[in-house]
Design a protein around this ligand. Structure first.
Ligand SMILES: C[S@@+](CC[C@H](N)C(=O)[O-])C[C@H]1O[C@@H](n2cnc3c(N)ncnc32)[C@H](O)[C@@H]1O
Length: 310
């Protein structure tokens, strides 16, 4: 239990959106199971199935230890892009899906995968180490223009060009295998902590294809949800929020009021990680959404940098 360091965000607000929709629940980003644990304990009488997805298998093991005692919980160590397939195989359609985007406090503090610049760790940044490549590999081979584009697009980093050129120049001498090697270079260029944080966030979004995957996940969730079901998103980053907002423009999907929902000052005081959170909930008003309607979200990410799909 000492492993659990993540406090679930907007939990009361999610519960009130979930009531009446709790038959077939999907936690698309289960993490250590913070939200799912609350669902399972508070709504146990009404939940028939609770699917817990997370592509970070290590993180999901912690959730498993907490939630194993609930017979209605099923763990899926896969990306949320697989929601549609997994529910189809179970012959079910969801009544509620929750996406709590980004990364967990456990991943920052305990995963040793380079999500934090406060510790010296391997420069990996993958949620799922079974696929893709660690950041250190990309930094060895990317062109300066590619690095600059990533830093500008995902982090709005001020010295993007200078950082990109410096990484490429410095890699003759430095392997960039650890967070410290990257942080030393960024400090040498005079970046304040707030900008270093943005550099780390931008690289993390790139390595995990986060926004492209989000778009695929949204489609998968919409298709796996039954008519009248709900899909909820907690976003922490302006670009992911812009993508999520577009869901209301998809034919058959409508906003659920209040929209959006922000954490209270009390919650922010107790949990700083909640400070940039926004909750947006949508209801599916049709049986099936036509494939052509997804261009509205596809076009949001089509020009964004990403490693090739895997
Ligand atoms: C903010 S945390 C979720 C915390 C959780 N709601 C809780 O309260 O404990 C986000 C989680 O999403 C996971 N994640 C990121 N991309 C994913 C994807 N494509 N599919 C499934 N999980 C993903 C991360 O590994 C992380 O555990």
């Amino acid at each position: 239990m000492n492993d659990i360091v993540h406090i679930p965000v907007l939990a009361d607000e999610i519960i009130s959106m979930l009531k009446g929709y709790e038959k077939i629940v999907v936690d698309a980003t289960c993490g250590n199971g913070g939200h799912s644990y609350i669902f399972a304990t508070q709504l146990a009488d009404n939940i028939q199935r609770l699917f817990c997805f997370d592509k970070d298998t290590e993180t999901l093991k912690i959730a498993q230890n907490r939630l194993n005692k609930f017979s209605f919980v099923e763990f899926v160590p896969e990306s949320y892009t697989a929601i549609k397939r997994v529910l189809e195989n179970a012959n079910l359609r969801a009544t509620f899906v929750l996406f709590d985007l980004g990364l967990s406090m456990w991943q920052i503090k305990k995963s040793n995968r380079g999500f934090t610049f406060h510790e010296n760790e391997p420069l990996d940044m993958r949620y799922d180490i079974r696929e893709g490549e660690p950041l250190s590999h990309f930094l060895k081979k990317m062109l300066p223009e590619e690095i600059e584009n990533i830093l500008k697009t995902y982090g709005e980093v001020k010295k993007a060009s200078k950082i990109a050129v410096s990484i490429v120049r410095e890699r003759k001498r430095t392997e960039f295998k650890t967070t410290l090697e990257l942080v030393n270079l960024l400090r040498h260029l005079g970046l304040p902590t707030s900008e270093i944080q943005k550099v780390f966030m931008a690289f993390r979004i790139y390595v995990n294809r986060e926004l492209h995957t989000l778009v695929e996940g949204i489609k998968s969730a919409i298709e796996a949800t039954q008519k009248g079901g709900r899909i909820a998103f907690i976003t922490y980053h302006s670009i992911e929020d812009r993508i999520v907002k577009k869901i209301s423009k998809i034919e058959g999907m409508k906003k659920v009021e209040p929209y959006p929902i922000f954490p209270t000052q009390k919650e922010i005081k107790q949990n700083r990680a909640a400070r940039s959170a926004k909750l947006r909930v949508f209801e599916k008003g049709v049986d099936d959404v036509k494939e052509t309607n997804y261009t509205i979200i596809d076009s949001m990410v089509s020009s964004f940098p990403a490693p090739s799909a895997r």
